[in-house]
Design a protein around this ligand. Structure first.
Ligand code: ADP
Ligand code: ADP
Length: 232
């Protein structure tokens, strides 16, 4: 069973002459335990597709299935609960809360969902990400790469079915970017995590198992086991 599926998904913003067809009948399945990158020119519908897959935005027609749940037609309240249970997010702009320490940021989604943290798992994630000596620091005391690793820890600590990453290395230098991508990749390999990542960076995309290309709201091609050269 794929972790997430889009079936004939279309998304139209606005109406009449002002209508923008952001997605035009997109069908794609994201295998469980796979790391998939979504690429395409600016305006091709990458963010819209990811937001629809994650239940952050509604589709105009078609279906999205997350695990065993069809999310199309769910209420906002149901979607919020489903996201808390099954989805982790990593954004380009880290989105950490400035007044909380790294540890508090990492544990916040778990606390919001009312689950008790699994301390062993927490310690493992922190260890793999090399954040052990940064847990009491606030975001402004951390480098960009460290902040993004905190955001990765926050995304994975609740053991979500899928992590959605939107340009996760967009604000990082290549070395910090490589650390974050290496972690995402190892979480797929070692923990069977499913990851869907939007990126415009061929090097970032080459960490994925598969790259799907969007153009004008349609999937136009894909590459399995990409290299930076084959993605260009
Ligand atoms: P990408 O992420 O590939 O740059 P987007 O998904 O952001 O593409 O945008 C796809 C198309 O939908 C673009 O033409 C964009 O201008 C349009 N669009 C995106 N969000 C909105 C919105 N909230 N309202 C109207 N048009 C939008
Ligand atoms: P491992 O030693 O298990 O291969 P690495 O962290 O060295 O772990 O790399 C994991 C995977 O990430 C590699 O197999 C490769 O596919 C990809 N990778 C590593 N470095 C790069 C890079 N600079 N550019 C593109 N892909 C890379």
């Amino acid at each position: 069973v794929p972790a997430v599926t889009a079936d004939g998904v279309s998304k139209v913003y606005g109406t009449g002459d002002a209508a923008v067809h952001a997605l035009r009948g997109v069908g794609v399945a994201f295998a469980t335990g796979a790391f998939t990158a979504i690429m395409g020119p600016s305006g091709s519908g990458k963010s819209t597709l990811m937001h629809c897959l994650a239940g952050l935005d509604t589709v105009t027609s078609g279906r999205i299935v997350l695990g065993d749940a069809e999310i199309t037609g769910m209420s906002d309240r149901q979607l919020t609960m489903l996201r808390r249970d099954r989805v982790g997010f990593v954004f380009q702009a880290f989105n950490l809360l400035p007044t909380l320490t790294a540890e508090q940021n990492i544990l916040l989604p778990l606390e919001l969902s009312g689950h008790r943290p699994d301390r062993e798992w927490f310690a493992h994630v922190v260890d793999v990400l090399g954040l052990g000596d940064r847990l009491r620091h606030r975001p402004n005391e951390l480098s960009g790469g460290q902040q993004q690793r905190v955001a990765c820890a926050r995304a994975i600590v609740a053991r979500p079915k899928v992590i959605f990453a939107d340009e996760p290395t967009g604000n990082l230098d290549s070395r910090a970017g490589a650390e974050v991508l290496g972690f995402l990749r190892s979480s797929v390999r070692e923990m069977g995590q499913t990851i869907v990542m939007v990126t415009h960076d061929p090097v970032a995309a080459s960490y994925a198992d598969r790259v799907v290309f969007l153009r004008d709201g349609e999937i136009v091609s894909e590459i399995v086991r990409p290299t930076p050269e084959s993605v260009l």
